[in-house]
Design a protein around this ligand. Structure first.
Ligand code: NDP
Length: 283
């Protein structure tokens, strides 16, 4: 029997626990503050931001959205970020990507106070991760580790293959897996004989953005499969990077799309925002 790694159920359970933590903080006079900066009118970004806001509000987190016009200059955005860096009621700052072409996203990421960088994209937090020091970790990889933990899947000593090396998924996940004592391989578009490599994985994570790209023949029977992809297939249906229908029967556990990694990403953002608020309280 294949275990379906239910991200929605797991996230809901984590959020119920988090709500009691937020209530306890409120009792001590601290309301966690999350600032989300959205530039322009990208429809997908607008949906992500709305989902984050809904989750934050349901928990009692003070979520403030700064919606700036598409024409915003880099300096204007940097000024906004600096103001939020100085705002004591804001614990976490998130600038929704992608940004319009006139803005250098890396400059903006590096302008965020690393201790408020709730997305964990600042090089300081990436460095902390890769030196196995405490820091803020990108939400999607953090959520994947939480999901595996919730299902009692220990990564120590396992062969983990991660397909995709983006700064938001593949790279930080590799750091987390390494810190958790997995043996990690990162694959990407230049990897040769990709499917032979993925077939060696005890735990296969795919984050490439190509609909149903990974066939059953590329998966070791009994592997744990984590599908990060959120893609549209030819019928415009939301699917992952893995051919779920054919891989599910041979995997020991697999995430569905939707309902797998996605809900865990938002839950992780909330958990880390609350952790930052606790730091504000406790110093
Ligand atoms: P990026 O486009 O930033 O990175 C894609 C990575 O996949 C790159 O490293 C690229 O290699 C690699 N890649 C692309 N095609 C292939 C291929 N044919 N074979 C091997 N490697 C390949 O994507 P993201 O990391 O931002 O996102 C990946 C997917 O995850 C998307 O579908 C996105 O929507 C989804 N996503 C889902 C989230 C969630 O919460 N569920 C959160 C974030 C992303 P190279 O570096 O060589 O170009």
């Amino acid at each position: 029997m294949t275990t379906i790694l239910d991200g929605k159920k797991t996230a809901d359970a984590l959020m119920a626990d988090l709500k009691t933590q937020v209530d306890a903080l409120a009792g001590q006079g601290v309301v966690p503050g999350l600032a989300v900066v959205l530039v322009g009118d990208d429809p997908a970004s607008a949906i992500y931001v709305r989902n984050k806001e809904k989750r934050a509000q349901s928990l009692g987190i003070n979520s403030v959205i700064y919606h700036l016009p598409f024409s915003t200059s880099e300096q204007e955005l940097l000024d906004q970020v600096n103001a939020l860096n100085l705002d004591p009621s804001i614990d976490g700052i998130l600038v929704q990507l992608p940004l319009p072409d006139q803005i250098n996203a890396q400059a903006v990421i590096q302008a965020i106070d690393p201790d408020k960088d709730v997305d964990g994209f600042h090089p300081m937090n990436m460095g902390r991760l890769w030196t196995n020091l405490p820091g803020i970790v990108a939400s999607t990889p953090y959520g994947i580790m939480q999901l595996l933990a919730a299902y009692g899947i220990d990564v120590a000593g396992k062969s983990v293959v991660i397909v995709g090396r983006s700064n938001i998924v593949g790279r930080p996940l590799a750091g987390l897996m390494l810190n958790a004592n997995a043996t990690v391989t990162i694959a990407h578009s230049q990897t040769q004989d990709l499917f032979a490599l993925t077939k060696t994985a005890d735990i296969l994570v795919v984050a490439i953005g190509q609909a149903e790209f990974i066939p059953a023949a590329a998966v070791k029977p009994g592997a744990v499969v984590i599908d990060v992809g959120m893609d549209r297939n030819a019928e415009n249906k939301l699917v992952g990077d893995v051919d779920f229908a054919n891989v599910e029967p041979i995997a020991s556990a697999i995430t569905p799309v939707p309902g797998g990694v996605g809900p865990m990403t938002i839950a992780s953002l909330m958990i880390q925002t609350v952790n930052l608020a606790k730091k504000r309280l406790n110093g």
